[in-house]
Design a protein around this ligand. Sequence first.
Ligand code: FE2
Length: 428
Amino acid sequence: MIDLLLRNARLAGHDALTDIAVADGVIVPGTPAGTVPPAGGVAEVIDLGGRLVTPPLVEPHIHLDAVLTVGQPRPNISGSLFEGIAVWAERVRDLTYSDVQSRVRQVLRWQLTCGVQHVRSHVDVCDPQLTALRALADLREEVRGLIDLQLVAFPQQGILGFDGGKELMRKAVELGADVIGGIPHYELTREDGVESVRFALALADEHGLRVDIHCDETDDDHSRFVEVLAAETIRRGMSGRVTASHTTAMHSYNGAYAYRLIRNIARAGLHMVTNPLDNSVLQGRFDTGPVRRGHTRVKELQAAGINVCIGHDSVMDPWYPLGYGDPLQAAFVLVHYGQMSGDRELRRLIEMITVNPAAALGVPGYGLREGGPADLVVFDAPSEADALRLIAPRTLVLRGGRIVARSTPAQHIVTWQGTEEPVTFLRA
Ligand code: FE2
């Protein structure tokens, strides 16, 4: 018995249409597109009409504890990263368990509606009460089976630069943090930054956890902690378990240094996450010209075979006042200032919000294949390029074969030479 038959799907990376059959939450061998299903054997049939289908979107980098706090307790007047950190430090003092949970529940709903089923969230642990971490650890259980949540112990004010920072990191592990974070470029000195990276990897190594460091999120070309992260990863044999996030200083490095660094990143097997939404507005603020736009060397890293992912980073918080958690918006931004408009590059951008972050997070059994979980996302667009161009609504989101989100795309009508007619934004 087939529970659900999705007709005429266009799988990402393929041109031919296919049918996807689901039974007991698993993808079973389907019938070729357009053929009649076995009589009486299918409970529900949905014709996708050639729409793009991908495995679940994966959000590798977001700060859920800060979502929807924009303007609280005061607005970020300059819009700068540093004023954002100062505003957030004030807001952290007012955090309550229910305040965190109610804000995050709303954004998790938005994310699921966009097709996101795996989320890695940084959680500020520079709070002696660890309120946000406790609230999110409980929420992680509440949404299990719908959204898989990984929590990063993230020391927003530094590990050495914050009173009791190391102890709070250890306590975060006891409370169930999945990943160890860091912010070496924000520590008081270069030496403290190096020590913070070493501390983070040692702590993760001791507990068998992954690492995800906010690394070199600055325009300063002397901020060079990715090299320390790569070296420590090589020394400890932690290849594949370590991610470097933001790494915007890489846009300021000289070419010779970047060349050596990228070779070491590849050797260390680091995953890289670029966050186009926040960093396009936060970086380059000290420039009079040319103005930098806050992304790492995405194309050079990819040319070296390194796994690069796109993160959303913020949703309506002191650093970025916009967003509703849709990874496709972030990918759309990267098309433009990453100059990734080539045909192959448009397809790669979809990989950067699906398979690439799934590898960074270590999502087990990820991907669309026969015998695999029926977790998938249908875009109201026939191709990767159209999905990006239209920031296409997700018409259907399946988790374990169940429909967990649906969208009815907007109807557009134009009156053209006296006659009303429907409009689609697809090429005729
Ligand atoms: Fe971040």
